[in-house]
Write a protein that binds this ligand. Structure first.
Ligand code: NAG
Length: 645
């Protein structure tokens, strides 16, 4: 792993560096048990789905669909008796993996230069299908002993070679789609002890050899290099598939075999953005603490002194001094500030779901930071997300009920039932609708129906009861006591202008939490759409922390100004102020589309927009909840510190 060479000095940066670097070291912490092979043992090769990839010279996303390896139009060679599914974790399936057996025969230590696979015939339709996939830049994804077959690439900046998982189905050469039908599989293996070997690296070199042909006895003759296969879309094409195997002894031990796969393209970008957002956060926190400590202290002292003065010196006629003091400021709205907002049920449900999402995200990132979710544990990330989300249904229910009680809610049954269904329902509905499109395309990215069923059952049997139990517990707890009494009659709210109007305040405040996360977000989107492993959990952890602090700080600041302007509708406002960062997230998805995406099918566009909208709504609920909770704590605290008669 390469460290950035030049970094600004300072204690903050040093500690960030330590944190950011740690996930790399922590990767091997849990360690997957290694498989040992003897000379001549069969090492199975599994095939996974085909995914759209970014080529180095043209890093554009041309499709969002992935295809099953044994999609009939590809005509790839099948093992005897047909391919079999390899067992996978739930998370792995949900995140798109479709792993199956293959006809390749790899015997440890035995080199082969040209082994026959099979002969396939491409009808014009198939040829067209395959050529389109080549133009779209699809990659094959194979797995040997859990390691992805990779292409050897060089970092353009550092000239450092690294393994990039996946290899090309074909390439566009002089405007012709050249189809690869020969694979050189280069396997690095390490001798752990005498005659005890482990696979520590897999490279793949695909070739296109038109003159390859089968001999009678199951042997093959490989063709010349300068004669590539181009599938003709107007006639039948015969293609012979062959492969070679090369075993190279390697000094790399099993424990560090993932190192060369986990290459950071440009860690400087991460550091730059991190330092950037750290500066914003320090600035913001300084501002908020100035207000909290200085202004508030002064406010409170003034209010309380006047109170005393009023009572002691002026007896029952404190109007003179008090008139001046009470003319302005947040104290004036003490009789209204804890008046329940409009639609208290909806807000409670959102806050409950946000709390559940928050707990899940925080714990998942913490787990990842400890190295439990390394890419060597395929699908672990997805599985952990589902498990945590399911279990934290309890937290969601509890928070929702307590918030609702605080708002003097009456429709308890509705609160109990809507909470577990709101966000999961939205996610599931989006997922299901978009899957219909994917099914329609015959692509394999569609989650199998049985898997969906399993998810629904897990959610119904575990998450919903947990949520209801949480709601019940929250319902039984005493209502959270507001520090000031609420008046019978609501106060008039003076009209406010400028940045305190809803839209400007949201636009202004939302940009800051977004600023904390947008670089990591870009990398996450890249890894989602290009099916690359995401492993920068150290950075993600820091960004998540910065996002929480910025959301909370900027919302508290905004609510303080709002209350000073005698507007006491802080509940929804705080949710939307912080949640506005979701609008920026969606805008950045659109920008990503303009910049990095080029496709011709409208279904790709629909799927892309659908998932972007889903991602943005999750960010909305998450940041909104953070903003609301911070403001809640803030209002409770400041109104507790003043005396009101
Ligand atoms: C197999 O091929 C690799 C790579 O070319 C080479 O280093 C190795 O010595 C070969 N093994 C045998 C047994 O010939």
């Amino acid at each position: 792993m390469r460290r950035p060479e030049r970094l600004p000095s300072g204690a903050l940066v040093a500690s960030l560096l330590a944190l950011g670097a740690s996930p790399v070291a922590a990767f091997y912490f849990p360690g997957t048990a290694p498989t040992s092979y003897k000379q001549g043992d069969v090492v199975p090769l599994y095939v996974n789905h085909l995914t759209p990839a970014d080529s180095q010279n043209d890093p554009k996303l041309r499709s969002v669909f992935s295809f099953d390896y044994y999609h009939p139009a590809f005509r790839f060679c099948q093992p005897e008796g047909g391919p079999k599914q390899v067992r996978e974790s739930l998370g792995s399936i949900l995140f798109g993996d479709r792993i199956q057996t293959s006809p390749f025969e790899l015997l440890l230590g035995k080199n082969e230069t040209c082994k026959a696979l099979c002969e396939a015939t491409y009808e014009p339709d198939d040829a067209q299908f395959v050529n389109t996939r080549i133009y779209q830049g699809y990659d094959l994804n194979w797995l040997i002993d859990g390691l992805p077959a990779a292409q050897l690439l060089k970092d353009p900046n550092t000239e450092q070679p690294f393994y990039s998982p996946g290899f090309a189905l074909g390439e566009v050469d002089e405007d012709r789609p050249v189809f690869n039908n020969h694979y050189d599989i280069i396997i690095d293996y390490h001798e752990a002890s005498a005659n005890n070997y482990r696979v520590v690296g897999v490279l793949l070199d695909p070739f296109s050899l038109r003159d390859s042909r089968m001999e009678g006895n199951g042997q093959a003759v490989c063709g010349e290099l300068n004669n590539p296969v181009v599938l003709n879309e107007n006639q039948q094409n015969k293609v012979t598939f062959t492969y070679g195997v090369y075993w190279r002894l390697s000094p790399t031990p099993f424990a560090t075999r993932w190192d060369k796969y986990l290459h950071q393209y440009d860690p400087k970008i991460h550091w730059f953005s991190l330092v950037n957002s750290a500066v914003i956060v320090v600035f913001l926190v300084a501002m908020v603490s100035t207000i909290l400590v200085r202004t508030l202290k002064k406010d409170i002292a003034r209010y309380n002194r006047l109170d005393q003065l009023g009572l002691d010196d002026f007896g029952e006629n404190p109007d003179v001094e008090d008139g001046v003091a009470e003319d302005s400021g947040w104290k004036l709205v003490h009789g209204d500030v804890f008046r329940p907002p409009k639609n208290p049920l909806l807000l409670s449900v959102l806050v409950g779901n946000g709390a559940q999402l928050f707990a899940m995200t925080a714990l998942t990132i913490a787990f990842a930071l400890l190295g439990f979710l390394s890419p060597s544990n395929r699908g672990a990330l997805g599985t952990v997300i589902i498990i945590f989300y399911t279990l934290f249904g309890f937290v969601g229910g509890y928070v929702s009920a307590r918030t609702y009680k605080f708002f003097h809610g009456e429709s308890w049954k509705l609160c109990f039932t809507v909470t577990p269904f709101a966000l999961p329902g939205l996610v599931f509905a989006t997922f299901f609708l978009l899957n219909l499109f994917v099914w329609g395309r015959g692509a394999s990215g569609a989650v199998p129906f049985t898997t969906m069923l399993v998810v629904v059952i897990i959610w119904f049997v575990i998450s919903v009861p947990l949520s209801i139990a949480g709601s019940w517990l929250g319902f039984k707890q005493a209502v959270i006591d507001p520090p000031v009494r609420t008046n019978q009659i609501p106060r008039q709210i003076p009209p406010a202008g400028g940045y305190l109007r809803p839209l400007p305040s949201m636009a202004l405040a939302g940009v800051l939490p977004f600023g904390a996360i947008f670089v990591e977000l870009y990398f996450i989107m890249n890894s989602i759409w290009f099916s690359k492993v995401y492993y920068m959990f150290g950075f993600l952890f820091l960004c998540f922390g910065l996002m929480i602090i910025t959301s909370a700080a900027v919302t508290v600041l905004m609510i303080y100004f709002l209350l000073c302007a005698e507007n006491y509708h802080w509940q929804w406002r705080s949710f939307f102020t912080a949640g506005a960062s979701a609008a920026y997230v969606f805008a950045s998805c659109l920008l990503y589309w303009v910049k990095d995406v080029s496709w011709t099918s409208w279904t790709s566009g629909v799927v892309y927009l659908g998932y972007s909208a889903l991602l943005s709504s999750l960010v909305f609920v998450l940041t909104g909840t953070i903003g609301f909770c911070a403001s809640w704590l803030f209002t409770m605290k400041i109104y507790r510190s003043i005396k009101v008669d």
